[in-house]
Design a protein around this ligand. Structure first.
Ligand SMILES: Nc1ncnc2c1ncn2[C@@H]1O[C@H](COP(=O)(O)OP(=O)(O)OP(=O)(O)O)[C@@H](O)[C@H]1O
Length: 782
């Protein structure tokens, strides 16, 4: 590439940065010019808050675009030249000519799709590499079948791609907007408005593609998605930490990232449990178990139940101290409450009302009996025997009075208690009888797995069950008195009232003294209650605090790990059924059958489509050859993704003396850390060996960390179990005791396959006994 080419691009890129700085300055000014709000009415304040939010978001996008602002250029056959970058920039002329095209805009698409065979009117594609604002490198491809450089015809911008893939890892995932490949582009820009399921082997870019799709959808459907927000679900907090920089680096900050365990506000699901228990909790049948557990809490007594009233009710002249809850009355009240279709806590009101009316009728029957019914008083004024003297209004008044009786309330509570999801599940798990009734569809051994004493804490598998329960129970009816207003709000309202009082006209003062003023009509508390509080939380924050939030789009990563109950919780949060779901059946770590997409989505009425990614960008071909034997054990029909590159490093298989395992490991780590420079090395250890190995390694090296450290991935050495390594990648991987990994795994060979495919460059397998034949065979075949 000539230096004049570089100089030319430098001039252009500098102009782009100048334009970006101008726009940033303008947004900052607009923010500064927004008037102070304090005294404006709520409608004006909320409009200004919206304006401010828009400017703040713009500023965030401009800032995010600073690094690597422009990364590409396409020259079209007709002479048009388009620069492609992180955001769109237009010049200030009246025509607003595009200076830089957002990578998500349709005009940028040929940059990602054009090949020599199908050039899409592109004559040349250029990749620009920047360091800060300086253009350091250009890579050109001429898309002309006669002059095209030889290479992998399926790859777009092969040289730039391979340079990206060779870069050392930092412990945080990066965006890939400069080198998105054609099959990935089709997924990112898919116009499918239902569920898009993307399957692909390790390293095929499923996570990268899912996140770029989120950015693409937010760009293309910003109005629609800005209000409802986008949720990205990952398998664990380490993974969420690994990917959480990608969308902000693309200028998108309004996305909520969470694990399934975080879905329910107010529930911390950090307890652990055996995989066999989690598997039972994840089954679809658990929806029926939870529903039955709720129904079981709506009871009818087998026998008439006497209740001694405690209060001396003013209207009960004869002190009817004992009332009876008749099974037939309770059953009628239960039927009426269920027939409303309301959630349990809301339907409780109907049950209570109807039962109280029945009890009041009983009391009224006693009170209203005509004492002279048997006597002949002459005249036809008395209603006669068996006919109450009290009318419907009297019965209603009695029912109202009875509602306050503590004994009666307690009796009703036993029949139809107000329940929280936590109480429902705690009492279900803790009681064999309740379990036998609600979970009768489960075999006895599985029911026993659910048995647990109160206070054990919640696990991730409990969250969808709690969510299911929350849906069936509903929120309790709003408390009669609203939550007290804050002192500050009341003080402000008091001030308003004083001003209103002080600003009364002279005419007012002259008028009659009984003329009411504002403070006579309204207390400060009432006025503060009428003020509209302006919610300054972001959409993502509001969504996180609201169990019933409906997201505009949901992205689910490592989707093969989600259980049928997990899917119910996710789909509930996306009424539009617009989801992107990425996963690999071969990497399933959970017990139970693999996910049947049809059973999950078609049964739910969602239109779903399958797309596949076939090229592995992470794992070198040498390592994938080793992993092939293991994949065959995971499932003979599962496709092996094609690796995009060889690195020249054959995987090392080292047998060591059991007594020397940790010493050998520490020595090896010193070599690996040196070999990857600033890169990252992982030690993947079976769970049963984890504590021993982690203690030895962290004692020997202060650059090593485990998941106890939230910044684990930023350390040169991370110690992880196979399950924790899911979705992550490292420059070098040391895999300890593969045979034990398989022995411990609940899903057969899947965990070993995941562990083997985490490396971008180097792999060493340390083992003390025989290697699994699957690893040896593959090597012999080489
Ligand atoms: N088009 C691309 N250009 C540059 N890098 C890419 C591209 N596609 C994927 N990569 C890189 O390949 C690596 C693997 O991508 P990613 O983690 O998204 O794969 P995955 O399919 O989710 O893997 P796994 O299932 O093993 O977790 C990442 O470092 C990612 O940045």
């Amino acid at each position: 590439m000539s230096s004049s080419d570089l100089a030319h691009e430098q001039t252009y890129v500098s102009t782009l940065y100048d334009r970006l700085a101008e726009l940033e300055e303008r947004a900052r000014q607009r923010l500064a010019e927004l008037p102070d709000d304090a005294d404006s009415p709520p409608s004006v304040r909320s409009e200004r808050a919206a304006l401010a939010t828009r400017e703040v978001e713009k500023l965030a996008r401009y800032r995010a675009a600073e690094t690597g602002l422009c990364f590409g250029r396409i020259d079209l056959a007709d002479g048009e030249r388009r620069y492609i970058g992180r955001i769109g920039l237009f010049d200030d002329s009246g025509d607003h000519e595009p200076m830089l095209i957002d990578w998500r805009a349709p005009a940028a698409r040929p940059f990602y799709l054009a090949t020599a065979a199908a050039p899409m009117a592109v004559h040349r594609r250029r990749h620009l590499r920047l360091r800060g604002r300086v253009v350091t490198e250009l890579r050109d491809e001429v898309l002309d079948s006669t002059t095209a450089t030889p290479g992998d015809a399926t790859l777009v911008g092969e040289a730039a791609l391979l340079a990206e893939l060779a870069a050392v890892r930092t412990g945080r995932m990066r965006d890939i907007i400069g080198t998105i490949q054609a099959e990935q582009d089709h997924v990112i820009r898919s116009e499918h408005r239902g569920v898009l399921v993307v399957e692909g082997g390790p390293g095929t870019g499923k996570t990268a593609v899912a996140l770029h799709r989120a950015a693409y959808l937010l760009y293309t459907y910003r109005e629609q998605l800005a209000h409802r927000g986008v949720l990205v679900v990952g398998p664990n907090q380490t993974f969420v930490g690994y990917i959480d920089q990608v969308l902000p680096s693309l200028g998108e900050t309004g996305v909520r990232m969470a694990t399934l365990a975080d879905l329910l506000p107010g529930v911390t699901a950090d307890a652990t449990e055996p995989a066999e228990v989690a598997e039972v909790k994840g089954r679809a049948v658990m929806a029926e178990v939870v529903a039955a557990a709720v129904r079981d809490r709506q009871q009818v007594p087998a026998e008439p139940t006497p209740v001694t009233l405690t209060d001396r009710h003013p209207s009960l002249a004869y002190q009817a101290e004992v009332v009876t809850l008749e099974p037939a009355d309770c059953a009628a009240a239960r039927d009426a409450a269920r027939a409303t279709g309301l959630p349990h806590n809301r339907a409780r009101r109907v049950f209570t009302d109807q039962l109280l009316t029945a009890v009041a009728g009983q009391v009224a029957g006693r009170l209203g009996d005509d004492p002279y019914a048997g006597e002949s008083l002459g005249g036809g004024d008395a209603p006669g025997a068996g006919v109450s003297l009290l009318g419907g209004a009297d019965v209603a008044a009695l029912a109202r009075e009875l509602r306050g009786d503590p004994q009666l309330r307690a009796a009703i509570d036993r029949l139809w208690p107000q329940l929280t999801p936590q109480r429902l599940l705690t009492e279900l798990y803790a009681d064999d009888e309740r379990l036998a009734s609600a979970a009768s569809a489960l075999p006895a051994a599985d029911r026993q797995r659910l048995r647990r004493d109160p206070g054990a804490g919640w696990t991730e598998a409990d969250v969808p069950l709690l969510d299911e329960a929350a849906e069936l129970l509903g929120d309790p009816p709003a408390p009669e008195r609203a939550a007290p207003r804050s002192d500050e709000e009341i003080e402000y309202a008091q001030g308003v009232l004083e001003i209103a009082e002080g600003s009364r006209t002279i005419d007012d003062e002259d008028s009659e003294s009984e003329l009411l003023s504002v403070p006579d009509l309204l207390t400060a508390e009432q006025l503060s209650g009428r003020q509209t509080t302006i919610d300054t939380r972001s959409v993502a924050e509001r969504a996180a605090e609201d169990r019933s939030w409906a997201y505009g789009h949901i992205i689910v990563d490592e989707a093969q790990e989600v259980t049928p109950m997990g899917w119910r919780a996710l789909l509930r949060r996306c009424p539009s059924r617009w989801l992107t779901v990425v996963g690999d059946p071969a990497q399933t770590g959970r017990l139970g059958p693999p996910t049947d997409w049809d059973a999950v989505f078609t049964a739910d009425g969602a239109a779903w489509q399958l797309a596949r990614l076939t090229v592995n960008y992470r794992t070198p071909a040498e390592v994938m050859t080793l992993a092939a034997g293991v994949l065959a054990r995971v499932g003979p029909a599962l496709p092996l993704p094609r690796s995009v590159r060889y690195t020249g490093h054959e995987p090392q298989l080292r047998r060591v003396d059991p007594a020397e395992l940790t010493d050998q490991l520490c020595t090896l780590l010193t070599q690996e850390v040196a070999a990857v420079d600033d890169g990252r090395t992982a030690v993947i250890v079976p769970t049963g060996l984890f504590t021993e190995v982690a203690q030895a390694v962290t004692a020997a090296r202060d650059d090593a960390a485990t998941h106890d450290d939230p910044a684990m991935l930023e350390h040169p050495v991370a110690l992880v179990t196979p399950l924790e390594s899911k979705g992550l990648e490292f420059d070098s991987v040391v895999l300890v005791e593969p045979r034990q990994i398989v022995a411990e795994s609940t899903s057969g060979w899947g965990d070993l396959y995941v562990a083997l495919t985490r490396t971008t460059r180097r792999l060493t397998v340390l083992h003390t006994g025989e290697l699994p034949a699957e690893l040896q065979h593959t090597l012999e075949d080489l």
